[in-house]
Design a protein around this ligand. Structure first.
Ligand code: GDP
Ligand code: MG
Length: 444
């Protein structure tokens, strides 16, 4: 929805040479909507928009970029800069054992993330890792940590619901010291909402453990409320980093921006699945595209330039270059390549605004039905007809239409379209296709 509006605006102000007060206002209104739709908290949105406006105004538009495109670029860069500043791996610069304290609401993903981090530190940093649970309120929570710790290949320090969290922490720390662990990960209890008891308890744990990292674990699906949660934890504890979980969900992840704004600490990792290996270093650029609703630009570029598609494109380019004619088999190949890339609508989600502008007014469901119908038409042709479409006259058209269950006009329409594509291919002097794909691949 945003993409449509934004791209329309991008289009409207194309051709103007610089970003001005008047053309920027409409664009920023859309950006504001996009951020709110992504559940970024209102004060954060205001602050962000003000910063972008300041940066954008009066900027000369470079080269072929229109002010609209340039502004989207500025917004995107500013977003990823805001979310990506100071990104770093887990800090372990402490007298071992380096203690990592996990904080956050219940259900945020602390226990899961504790194990994911353990695995990360074992595999990527070659550390000897111990985990312990201070969640004495739910017996199942301790067992849960035990299970996932085993999966991670780390060691688990036992605790029981009748113990005090502070005693558990002290015992685990002592054990970690005596057994030369590099890292002690301390999982804690969360509540459904912030309360005094919880905050005092984790403050006490912090004072006792003196962790080198105090990580705030937050659910990317959490909406406007993320800002309040983050504020409460940030006021109570000197946070050193954020882990954004459940980024595999379908929320636009605006919480990242709110949380980053309130705490001022870097988002270090993102949870990408329920599984033990579903943890990635946070990619601010990628996340910015998602928050803006401009889609996952990098993912698109990866898809377009991935081995399979590149190979097909290369083959096609070679064919064009060698003077072989572009036939209906190639046309079919192109259609199928589209489907391989996840269908039109999934592709559209990933298109950056400047590209989506062209397709902005298309009805995606209709377009996809259209592709399937074209495919059906080509499948109803004989191999000879596919190689030599010029053979397809009235009688053959009727037979093909009947085979595909469509009207003859549709066969005509498809053949026309194919004809245009064929012309284009003829005009492309060798490598044109590759150039186009490379340009897409290099696009930021
Ligand atoms: P805690 O209460 O903070 O300890 O949260 P848990 O670690 O128990 O996680 C709560 C639920 O969220 C569990 O069902 C997890 O499997 C799930 N979860 C945690 N992180 C992720 C993630 O990155 N992606 C997905 N899809 N689910 C997650
Ligand atoms: Mg837990």
């Amino acid at each position: 929805a945003l993409t449509d509006k934004l791209s329309r605006l991008v289009k409207e102000i194309r051709g103007q040479a610089r970003i001005t007060e008047s053309n920027v206002a409409d664009m920023l209104r859309e950006v504001r909507m996009a951020l709110l739709e992504a559940d970024v908290a209102l004060p954060v949105v205001r602050d962000f928009i003000a910063r972008v406006k300041e940066k954008a105004l009066g900027q000369e538009v470079m080269g072929s970029l229109s002010p609209g495109q340039a502004l989207v670029g500025i917004v995107n860069r500013e977003l990823s800069r805001t979310m990506g500043e100071g990104v770093s791996d887990i800090n372990l610069a402490a007298q071992p054992p380096a203690v990592i304290l996990m904080a956050g609401l219940q259900g945020a993903g602390k226990t899961t993330t504790t194990a994911k981090l353990a695995k990360h530190l074992i595999e990527k940093r070659k550390k000897k890792v111990l985990t312990v649970s201070g969640d004495v309120y739910r017996p199942a929570a301790i067992e849960q940590l035990k299970t996932v710790t085993k999966q991670a290949g780390a060691e688990w320090f036992p605790s029981t619901p009748d113990q005090k969290p502070a005693d558990i922490a002290a015992a685990a720390l002592d054990y970690a010291r005596k057994h030369y662990f590099d890292v002690l990960l301390v999982d804690t209890a969360g509540r459904l909402a912030i309360d005094e008891v919880l905050m005092n308890e984790i403050k006490g744990l912090h004072a006792l453990l003196k962790p080198v990292e105090t990580l705030f674990v937050v659910d990317a699906m959490q909406g406007q409320d993320a800002i309040n949660t983050a504020k409460a934890f940030s006021d109570a504890l000197p946070l050193t980093g954020i882990i954004l979980t459940k980024t595999d969900g379908d929320s636009r992840g605006g919480a990242a921006l709110s949380v980053r704004h309130v705490t001022g600490v870097p988002i270090k990792f993102a949870g990408t699945s329920e599984k033990i290996d579903g943890l990635e270093v946070f990619d601010a650029e990628r996340h910015a595209g998602r928050v803006l609703g401009m889609g996952d630009i990098l993912a698109l570029v990866e898809q377009v330039t991935s081995g399979v598609d590149m190979a097909a494109a290369q083959k096609l380019a070679a064919k064009v270059k060698s003077g072989e004619s572009f036939d209906l088999n190639d046309f079919l190949g192109q259609i199928q390549q589209m489907k391989q890339m996840g269908g039109l609508s999934s592709l559209m989600d990933k298109l950056p605004a400047q590209m989506a502008a062209k397709a902005g007014t298309m009805d995606m469901d209709k377009a996809e039905r259209d592709i399937r119908r074209k495919e059906g038409i080509i499948y109803s042709m004989t191999p000879l007809e596919r190689r030599k479409p010029e053979l397809i006259k009235a009688t053959r058209k009727r037979r093909i239409a009947a085979g595909a269950g469509v009207q003859v006009q549709e066969v005509n329409r498809m053949l026309n379209e194919f004809g245009q594509m064929q012309d284009m291919m003829k005009k492309m002097k060798g490598g044109g296709m590759m150039k186009m794909l490379k340009r897409m691949g290099g696009m930021k």
